[in-house]
Design a protein around this ligand. Structure first.
Ligand SMILES: [Zn+2]
Length: 325
C-alpha cells in the first residue's frame, strides 16, 4: 500500500498561528468579553480568515449562527457562533460531520479601580486565542485535502460565561447531532510552561479513556513524534470544563486537546501573546489536523468506551442519540 501524502499539513505554520493569536489577544480586543464590540470584531476576523482559506459558510450561506444574549449586562445584544464547512468528498459519508472547535471569547477587562499603569486587560492568548488560531489553520489545511466526511469548523462565544455558545449550538444544531460523529475541541495549545514542568512536543487530551478518540490521537501522535496522553487527575477533571461537554452530554464523542492542563497565568492578565511557544503550537495543530483527518476518513465512527466507568453516562447518551445497544 502506498503511503498517503501528508502535504496538506505543510500549510500549517507557526508564523500564521502567531499572526492570528497576536490579533485576537491584542490589547485593542479588550479581552473579547461576551457580549462586546470586540467580540463581534473577533467573529468577523475569524469568518474573514475562513473565507480567505476556502472554508465555506456553514449556516445557510452565512458564517454566523446569530443569537440574542439574554444574561445580565448586555442582554439584548446579538452574539455569534462562527461556523464554516469543508464538504466531505465521499458520497455516503459526506452527510456525517466532524466538528473542530474552540472558544473565541475571554474575560474582558478588570473592573473596579486600577492603579496607574496597571495591566487590566485579560488578553486570553492561550485561553483560547490559541485554540481559535488552531481552528483557522486546520480549516486552511483541510480545505485543500479530500476527506470523506464533512469537516465543520466552529468557534463559540460565551465559553467563559458557562459554555453558553456551545450549549446553544447543541440545542439548536445546524447539522443533525445523530450525524455528527465527533467534536474535537482545542484549548490552551500555546503555552508549554505547564505548572508541572515544561511540556513540549506532546499533547494532552481530556477524557483520554472515555472514547476511541484517545487512541486515535495517540496513534497519530506516535507517528508524528508528538505523544498524546491523558493525566492521572486532570484528564477526567477537565473533561467537563470546556465546550466539548454539551456535545458529550448529547452522546457525541467529544474531547478537548491541549498542551498543558494548567499554566501559571490562567485567567490572569498575564496570559499574553509573548508567552506562547508558536513552534510547539505548530506541532500540536498538525497533530490535531492529522487526527481530524483520521476520524473523517475512518471506516467506522468513533465510539464511547463501555469499559470506562467515568464515561458511563456518555455511553448511555450515545446509545440514545445513535441507536444501537
Ligand atoms: Zn478556555
Amino acid at each position: 500500500m502506498m503511503a498517503l501524502g501528508q502535504s496538506y499539513l505543510d500549510s500549517i505554520q507557526a508564523q500564521d498561528l502567531k499572526e492570528y493569536v497576536t490579533f485576537l489577544a491584542s490589547d485593542e480586543m479588550k479581552g473579547r468579553q461576551t457580549p462586546s464590540p470586540e467580540l463581534d470584531k473577533a467573529a468577523a476576523y475569524i469568518a474573514g480568515e475562513f473565507k480567505k482559506d476556502g472554508v465555506l459558510p456553514g449556516n445557510e450561506g452565512s458564517y454566523y449562527q446569530i443569537v440574542e444574549w439574554t444574561r445580565g449586562k448586555g442582554a439584548g445584544q446579538l452574539v455569534r457562533n462562527v461556523v464554516g464547512i469543508i464538504p466531505g468528498k465521499d458520497e455516503k459519508l459526506a452527510n456525517e460531520y466532524v466538528i473542530v472547535s474552540a472558544h473565541y471569547d475571554h474575560l474582558g477587562v478588570k473592573t473596579g479601580a486600577a492603579k496607574p499603569g496597571e495591566d487590566v486587560i485579560f488578553n486570553g492568548a492561550d485561553d483560547d486565542a490559541s485554540g481559535v488560531a488552531g481552528v483557522i489553520e486546520i480549516g486552511k489545511a483541510l480545505a485543500k485535502a479530500d476527506q470523506k466526511r464533512t469537516i465543520v469548523l466552529m468557534t463559540f462565544y460565551g465559553e467563559e460565561k458557562g459554555l453558553v455558545g456551545s450549549g446553544y449550538y447543541v440545542r439548536h444544531p445546524v447539522f443533525p447531532l445523530n450525524q455528527t460523529v465527533a467534536n474535537i475541541n482545542i484549548e490552551q495549545i500555546g503555552r508549554t510552561d505547564d505548572t508541572e514542568g515544561p511540556r513540549v512536543s506532546a499533547g494532552s487530551l481530556t477524557g483520554f479513556n472515555f472514547s476511541s478518540i484517545g487512541k486515535t490521537f495517540a496513534k497519530v501522535g506516535a507517528s508524528m513524534g508528538v505523544p498524546v496522553t491523558g493525566h492521572p487527575r486532570y484528564s477526567a477533571m477537565y473533561f467537563g470544563a470546556s465546550d466539548n461537554l454539551f456535545f458529550a452530554r448529547a452522546g457525541i464523542p467529544a474531547h478537548t486537546i491541549c498542551t498543558a492542563f494548567e499554566f501559571p497565568d490562567y485567567h490572569q492578565v498575564g496570559d499574553s501573546v509573548d508567552k506562547c511557544d508558536f513552534a510547539n503550537m505548530e506541532k500540536i495543530v498538525k497533530l490535531t489536523a492529522a487526527t481530524v483527518m483520521d476520524v473523517a476518513n475512518a471506516a467506522t465512527r468513533p465510539e464511547w468506551n463501555k469499559d470506562e466507568p467515568q464515561a458511563a453516562k456518555y455511553v448511555e447518551a450515545g446509545k440514545k442519540l445513535y441507536g444501537g445497544n
